[in-house]
Write a protein that binds this ligand. Structure first.
Ligand SMILES: [Zn+2]
Length: 401
């Protein structure tokens, strides 16, 4: 189902275009009741898969909230608000501050998995990027996931089932999310943020249906202009010096973008925590609650270290989309482009490049990603990517204009 409407109320209201998956999870919540009729239908280990931006972690937290709420996820009770603020005592949220979930984190998760819930029927452990668990940590987690305590529920998120180790893969029930169409995302943007349908559609297309990114484009003009700046001139680099300058510019953009995105998210989390604790937005924080805010700040500082990498990742996604547009144009297909606004430039590069050269550029982005994952400094990985593009261009005897 790809309905543009959200699915039901309460904690599910924010999950968009995933009717079938939400139905599955709601059924699981109903079966999770200790005295439910189809208790056997419930399982303790879940995997939510879907492409970036499909809302994997939103879905995981909605599921967690519904399991912990006395009213199956009303969205308004203290329990639901605590899940939204990630402060619920029976919720363990493993977000990705570091690129890899380390063994200590894995061990403490396993320890917590054995504890009985304190206020709810269940203890829920959400692992936002289960694909980033390395083999050793996976083995530590395996036993806990394999034979979970009946009151502990694991909710893992990953791009696909194949991203998990086979041993874990075989023990989880998968719920796979679909990518909404740009038109559906555009409709959502207009209803949430207003603005014209044309502008919303452009944002949805350029964000490749990534709801969070598309929302950011329509609500933050600076984010949109940074995207434009990042793509400016990438298709027509004229020499190695040009490539090096562009790479340096990309790093600067990634830093700015990462910082701005982190600031937006930090402010939102802080506001959410105020709400969850029943404080007015501009209230002074009572002394006994200061620890909670200190913990939040520590968490945000740790995450800030990843902000530039997230910014680089967004640039790489955008650059891939640009070369994908060049490729479909060169192959003679003429659908709407992701970067429709750059059509003239894309058509001109498509006319003067060989498919081999275009594919090499798409491949080079994937290589840059691997280099970054192996901790190569962003400035270096990006320069290699762009210098490689210029040299590849000369090697195939083409001109950039
Ligand atoms: Zn509730």
């Amino acid at each position: 189902m790809t309905s543009a409407s959200s699915t039901g109320g309460g904690v599910w209201a924010e999950i968009f275009g995933q009717t079938r998956s939400v139905e599955t999870l709601k059924r699981a919540v109903a079966a999770a009741h200790p005295d439910a009729e189809h208790r056997e239908w419930f399982t303790n280990s879940w995997l939510i898969t879907g492409p970036p931006g499909s809302g994997r972690s939103n879905c995981a937290y909605a599921f967690a909230a519904a399991l912990l709420c006395p009213n199956n996820g009303c969205g308004t009770c203290p329990s639901c608000r605590q899940v939204a603020a990630r402060t619920h005592p029976d919720l363990t949220a493993v977000a990705t501050e570091t690129a890899i979930i380390n063994i200590d984190t894995a061990r403490s998760l396993v320890e917590r998995a054995w504890l009985a819930p304190t206020v709810s029927d269940y203890r829920v452990i959400v692992v936002e990027d289960a694909d980033r668990m390395v083999q050793r940590t996976s083995n530590t987690l395996l036993k806990a996931i394999e034979e979970p305590t009946s009151t502990t529920v694991w909710v893992m998120c990953a791009p696909s089932r194949a991203d998990l180790l086979p041993t874990i893969r075989s023990r989880v029930r998968e719920v796979s999310l679909t990518t909404p169409s740009p038109e559906e995302v555009a409709q959502l943007l207009v209803s949430r943020h207003g603005g014209t349908p044309e502008r919303a559609l452009r944002a949805a297309e350029e964000a490749q249906s990534h709801v969070g990114m598309a929302s950011r484009l329509v609500t933050t003009p600076e984010a949109w202009s940074r995207r434009d700046r990042a793509l400016q001139g990438v298709l027509a680099l004229s020499g190695v010096g040009d490539a090096a300058r562009k790479a340096a510019d990309w790093v600067a953009i990634a830093e700015e973008d990462g910082k701005a995105a982190a600031a937006d998210r930090d402010a939102k989390e802080r506001a959410e925590t105020f709400r969850a604790l029943g404080l007015e937005p501009d209230a002074t924080i009572p002394r006994q609650l200061r620890g909670i805010f200190r913990e939040l700040e520590t968490h945000q500082k740790r995450r800030a270290k990843r902000a530039t990498l997230d910014g680089v990742d967004r640039i790489l996604t955008d650059v891939s989309s640009l070369w994908r547009d060049v490729l479909v144009t060169a192959l003679g297909a003429s659908p709407r482009l992701i970067n429709e606004r750059r059509r003239p430039e894309i058509e001109s590069v498509a006319a003067s490049s060989s498919p081999a050269h275009i594919l090499a550029n798409i491949e080079a982005v994937a290589v840059a990603r691997q280099r970054l994952a192996a901790n190569v400094p962003p400035a270096l990985a990006l320069e290699e990517l762009l210098v490689g593009a210029v040299i590849g261009h000369r090697a195939t005897g083409e001109t950039a204009s």
